[in-house]
Design a protein around this ligand. Structure first.
Ligand code: ADP
Ligand code: MG
Length: 626
């Protein structure tokens, strides 16, 4: 049987390549600079293994120049260059990578920086150019060659003149079309910013002639422009530098250079991991909440680099949502990229890094909480809500990461406390972790429902964020202690005497309560004597899972379902008001009606709920004042 070779329709293939692999035209520069860097790396590698070659670092660089008049951009390098055969092989055959071959032949393993591997990046030049000219003189050769192509029509190779070893890539930038302008690729500032964005950490200098202006000599107001060759890239990434060489200020500068925020970072974490997967990372915890943080517009993620080249500017998969405020970069050589180098091929390595990073952030926050409380509280003020959202989301599956990081305001300490601190100082008799929900600490402080608990000296956590109660419902318990709302039906307070008397009272007052319930028909599930009230005459409690606070929140949402918490009206039978209510019940049914209505509405007001009919309510008050 005869085996036939696949043939590719190279014209169509090239067209496909150019127009479907890349999503951003600007990456042509990243690809050509990466090739130039590889070419220099190859000479460097040869020099390492061959003593007859000397490698003077200063002699090796990449230069980008623009000529607006001829609409050309030139990328020159002093790298290894290409022979006639190399030009034919590497630039004439799609998907042939001379760099990959070089790595294999020289058994270059991981940890080396050669970037190329797919053999397609070069063709991205056609994203912006209609003609590409390559002039190259190979190391150890005396002849130079010119390769030229207009894209799909094929290419030519002919001998030419070039004084030094290396390669010039000349792009004739496309003319503007009706829909698209290509002029931007002839602008110095635009090229500079593309270099900064993708190639800032290429290890060799990327030079450009930069136009600047200065005061004319002898003048105080007249400026003149001049051109100077400058190195655009930073070369050595800060994360590859030794931690001991770096100062707080260096990290802060990096933070603002990268536009991670206008604030100063509250904390930085510099990680170098060598193991199953190797990577370097610098993470920042910002000091202030970005203005759009709690909106849909906010996009979490870390900058991702592979061998010093930027792959993604916001890799969301590296951060769980609840740590979405973290900024920073990750650089790893162990990532498998797809051929556009824009997307990652496998996410196994990425998942490993993400897990590592998550644990690192967690432990850093825990350390901050332990050693620098003030700083932690500042952090918590900015991002605590996000941690609580994290507890609530994904069915509470992140509780191990988050439960020791959350804090609430405490009735006892009058400041933020952790759950561990609360549980540690719970009285022996105390069964539950108590919390009260409300709009603000000041309002919660005055809630009648808290009276009994405070009287007993129990600590109450104040829930003032909408998410609080939902998060805690997900958490269910902390160190085996369940959470209990101060408005809950059962506060778990064993007080037998009290229980007995209230049972009696309940019996005695049963008819009154039944009477009230029928007046309030449909509004409350039950009316009963309160065990928790001391000085206040009434309050609302709730039966069942849905609390009154949650009802408020759910009903404030768009397309709410009008859910209702089961409300119980509790009456303080030791209060003078109850005596009046009792005598009204016995003597004057109209008055009893009136009192019931007023008491119920008062309870609503205390909860911060709106009352059904404010006019009727005020009229009723007037009636009893007469
Ligand atoms: P890759 O970089 O993934 O190998 P490219 O399409 O970018 O693929 O480049 C193809 C090949 O062409 C490279 O592997 C390299 O051998 C050669 N090449 C491209 N640019 C240069 C250059 N500036 N100097 C020397 N060789 C180059
Ligand atoms: Mg390449």
């Amino acid at each position: 049987m005869e085996t036939k070779q696949f043939k590719a329709e190279s014209k169509r293939l090239l067209d496909l390549m150019i127009n479907s692999i890349y999503t951003h035209r600007e990456i042509f520069l990243r690809e050509l600079i990466s090739n130039a860097s590889d070419a220099i790396d190859k000479i460097y590698y040869k020099a390492l293994t061959d003593e007859s070659i000397s490698f003077e670092k200063d002699d090796y660089f990449i230069k980008v120049s623009v000529d607006k008049e001829s609409r050309t951009v030139k990328i020159s390098d002093t790298g290894i260059g290409m022979t006639k055969e190399d030009l034919d092989d590497n630039l004439g055959v799609i998907a042939k990578s001379g760099s990959l071959k070089f790595k294999k032949e020289n058994e270059i393993k991981d940890g080396y920086d050669i970037i190329g591997q797919f053999g397609v990046g070069f063709y991205s030049a056609f994203l912006v150019a209609d003609t590409v000219t390559v002039i190259s003189k190979a190391f150890g050769s005396t002849e130079a060659y010119k390769w030229e192509s207009k894209g799909v029509e094929g290419y030519t190779i002919e001998p030419c003149e070039k004084a030094t070893v290396g390669t010039d890539i000349i792009l004739k930038i496309k003319d503007n079309t009706e829909d698209e302008s290509f002029d931007e690729y002839l602008e110095e500032y635009r090229l500079k910013s593309i270099i900064k964005k993708y190639s800032d950490f290429i290890r060799y200098p990327i030079k450009m002639d930069v136009t600047e202006s200065k005061l004319k000599e002898g003048s105080e107001s007249e400026y003149e422009s001049y051109t100077e060759e400058k190195t655009i890239n930073s070369m050595v990434p800060i994360w590859r530098k030794n931690k001991s060489e770096l100062k707080e200020e260096d990290y802060n500068n990096f933070y603002s250079e990268k536009h991670f925020g206008f604030d100063k970072p509250l904390k930085h974490v510099h990680i170098s991991v060598d193991g199953a997967i190797s990577y370097n990372a610098i993470l920042f915890i910002p000091e202030r909440t970005p203005y759009d943080f709690y909106t849909k517009e906010y996009e979490k993620g870390l900058e991702l680099y592979s061998s010093g080249v930027m792959i993604m500017d916001k890799c969301g998969d590296l951060l769980p949502d609840y740590f979405g405020f973290v900024k920073g970069i990750v650089d790893s050589e162990d990532l498998s990229l797809n051929i556009s180098r824009e997307i990652l091929q496998h996410d196994r390595q990425l998942k490993l890094i993400a897990k590592n990073i998550k644990n690192k952030i967690k432990s850093e926050l825990e350390t901050m909480l332990k050693n620098d409380r003030e700083k932690y509280e500042k952090f918590y003020e900015a991002f605590g809500k996000q941690l609580k959202y994290g507890l609530y989301s994904e069915y509470g599956s992140n509780k191990d990461v988050l439960q020791d990081l959350i804090m609430f305001y405490s009735s006892k300490e009058k400041k933020m406390v952790t759950l561990a601190e609360y549980v540690d100082r719970m009285a022996e008799s105390q069964k539950y972790i108590y919390y009260a929900s409300g709009e603000s600490n000041e309002r919660i402080e005055k809630l009648p429902q808290t009276e009994l608990l405070l009287d007993k000296g129990y600590e109450i956590l104040y829930f003032t964020d909408e998410v609080d109660e939902f998060a805690i419902k997900m958490l269910m318990s902390y160190k085996e202690k369940e959470f209990r709302s101060v408005s809950s039906n059962d506060l778990g307070i064993e007080d037998d005497d009290n229980k007995e008397t209230s049972k009696e009272e309940e019996k005695e007052n049963k008819d009154i309560f039944e009477g009230m319930k029928s007046i309030l028909s449909g509004k409350v599930k039950e009316v009963r004597a309160s065990k928790r009230l001391k000085n206040h005459p009434v309050c609302l409690a709730n039966d069942g899972e849905l609390s009154i606070e949650m009802e408020k929140i759910l009903n404030a949402m768009p397309n709410n379902q009008g859910v209702k918490a089961d409300k119980v009206l509790e009456i303080n039978v030791n209060h003078d008001v109850f005596k009046s209510l009792k005598s009204a019940y016995e003597a004057d049914k109209d008055k009893f009606n009136l009192y019931t209505d007023i008491l119920y509405n008062q309870a609503l007001l205390i909860e911060g709920l709106s009352i059904g009919d404010p006019v009727e309510f005020t009229n009723n008050i007037c009636k009893i004042m007469k």
